[in-house]
Design a protein around this ligand. Structure first.
Ligand SMILES: Cc1cc2nc3c(=O)[nH]c(=O)nc-3n(C[C@H](O)[C@H](O)[C@H](O)COP(=O)(O)OP(=O)(O)OC[C@H]3O[C@@H](n4cnc5c(N)ncnc54)[C@H](O)[C@@H]3O)c2cc1C
Length: 421
């Protein structure tokens, strides 16, 4: 595999760009693998990569019913941050942010991670107090965070609606090391890295059944035949309940909802930060892509579905939020919008855990925050599968936490999945 470098770009430029290697192979499925990961999204690909890189874990395959990165991996708004407070989440997301900071070098692939600041607008003294508590917790646990007063915010982001907003802006809570990245590049980088370590990535291979014997999975039935497996990991995001039912395991504390994202026509540089606005029932986040498009999103569509498309009331809602905090966007044209299917859990936190079947492992419940989590998720899911025990940072991400009363409800929204984000 070509190692990407300035020299490789120069050399291939001289030879008409004809000597680049394929980024990954397109193998036929083998009869059996030591480990099979279902789902070639960010979590499945990162898991396969770290299984091979950190654990040298035998023969590994990743199966996907479509093309790799075609699910939520390629549909999200790419925000990366670690401003979590609850024990369990805090350490996990900070580990993820640290992996992000070295990811382009680790994968020898430019994932375009841009630490451009994550700015949460504050609209009341109570919100400011809550943010102070959260961001002080972050500082005390080795992360970064700061509060901006209004003059600082105005200097940093002059275009917000400071004069005539329904919810006046008092300041902001800021994580400077946060930002965004190119989502496709992350999927491609992990795929290329995993493939180069011998992982078979098998696209257009839908899992249609799970064959069990004596409390173990022995094989997966797929659209390309039966594939035997020593261990199996599910990393299928919004389709988790479907796979769970194929394994005859009953119900999961997960609902599938859809979330839309929007991009405008490209405009000149306007916004150099990720800005989040949430008050009075509104929820909205926005950044500007390197191509100039304004990339934004808001709430879930508020009804359960596996369809990867959204409805019009949310289009209106999100556009209203956009113009209420950035009135200068009023005449910018919307270019595209799309949706992904989100695995919303009852407390808004994920599962990286063992299951009732001895050799089946679960990675799910990412709500709409799974992009930022993908490096740490892959790291720890690989560790769990390889060593058959959870590392300390994921010990709380179990299915039985609801029975034991140790939920991780970061938002304080209660057991209603559509209220968690
Ligand atoms: C609009 C939107 C905005 C978002 N914004 C952010 C954000 O700003 N920041 C953030 O952190 N997160 C964000 N997210 C969430 C994030 O994208 C997801 O949590 C994360 O991508 C989910 O993990 P994944 O990449 O592994 O999932 P996916 O990419 O969905 O991967 C799952 C894969 O499983 C495959 N699969 C499903 N069923 C089967 C089967 N039966 N057989 C074989 N394969 C199967 C699918 O084809 C799919 O490729 C957003 C999501 C959306 C939709």
């Amino acid at each position: 595999m070509t190692r990407y470098s300035a020299w490789a770009v120069f050399r291939n430029g001289l030879s008409g760009q004809k000597h680049w290697d394929r980024q990954w192979r397109d193998p036929e499925p083998a009869a059996a693998y030591d480990i099979v990961i279902v789902g070639a999204g960010l979590h499945g690909l990162a898991t396969a990569y770290y299984l091979a890189r950190n654990h040298g874990a035998g023969s590994i395959a990743v199966l996907d019913k479509g093309w790799l990165g075609g699910g939520n991996a390629g549909r999200n708004t790419t925000i990366v941050r670690s401003n979590y407070m609850m024990p369990g989440n805090r350490q996990f997301y900070e580990h993820s942010l640290r992996l992000w900071e070295g990811l382009s070098h680790e994968l020898n692939y430019n994932v375009m991670f841009s630490q451009r600041c994550h700015v949460t607008l504050l609209h009341s003294p109570a919100a400011r107090d809550a943010a102070a508590r959260r961001y002080n917790t972050m500082l005390l646990t080795g992360s970064d965070g700061e509060l901006w007063d209004l003059p600082t915010l105005k200097k940093e982001i002059p275009h917000l609606n400071y004069d005539n907003a329904r919810f006046p802006i008092l300041g902001a809570a800021v994580q400077r090391r946060a930002g965004n990245a190119r989502h496709d590049a992350v999927a491609w980088g992990y795929a290329r890295g995993a493939d180069s370590l011998g992982v078979d990535i098998i696209q257009n291979c839908e899992v249609t059944g799970v064959r069990r014997e004596n409390g173990r999975v022995v094989a997966l039935e797929t659209s390309r035949g039966s594939i035997g497996a020593g261990k199996v990991g599910f990393a299928v995001a919004g389709n988790t309940s479907r796979l769970w039912q194929m394994a005859d395991l009953g119900k999961l504390p997960i609902e599938t909802h859809k979330l839309q994202a929007f991009v405008s026509e490209p405009i000149k540089p306007l916004l150099d930060h990720v800005v989040v606005f949430g008050v009075g029932g509104a929820h909205f986040y926005i950044s500007q892509s390197d191509k100039g498009g304004m990339v934004f999103g808001g709430d879930l569509d508020w009804y359960r579905s596996y369809a990867q498309r959204g409805n019009l009331p949310i289009v209106q809602d999100v556009c209203e939020c956009a113009t209420s905090i950035l009135p200068c966007l009023g005449r910018v044209r919307l270019l595209r919008h799309w949706a992904g299917v989100m695995d919303m859990s009852m407390d808004g936190s994920p599962f990286i855990c063992k299951t009732p079947l001895e050799n089946l492992y679960l990675n799910a419940g990412w709500n709409y925050g799974g992009f930022k989590a993908s490096p740490a998720s892959g790291w720890y899911f690989a560790d769990l599968i390889a060593n058959d025990r959870p590392a300390a940072d994921i010990q709380h991400f179990t299915l039985d936490r609801f029975q034991r009363g140790v939920i991780i409800d970061e938002r304080g929204a209660g057991p209603d999945p559509k209220l968690h984000g």
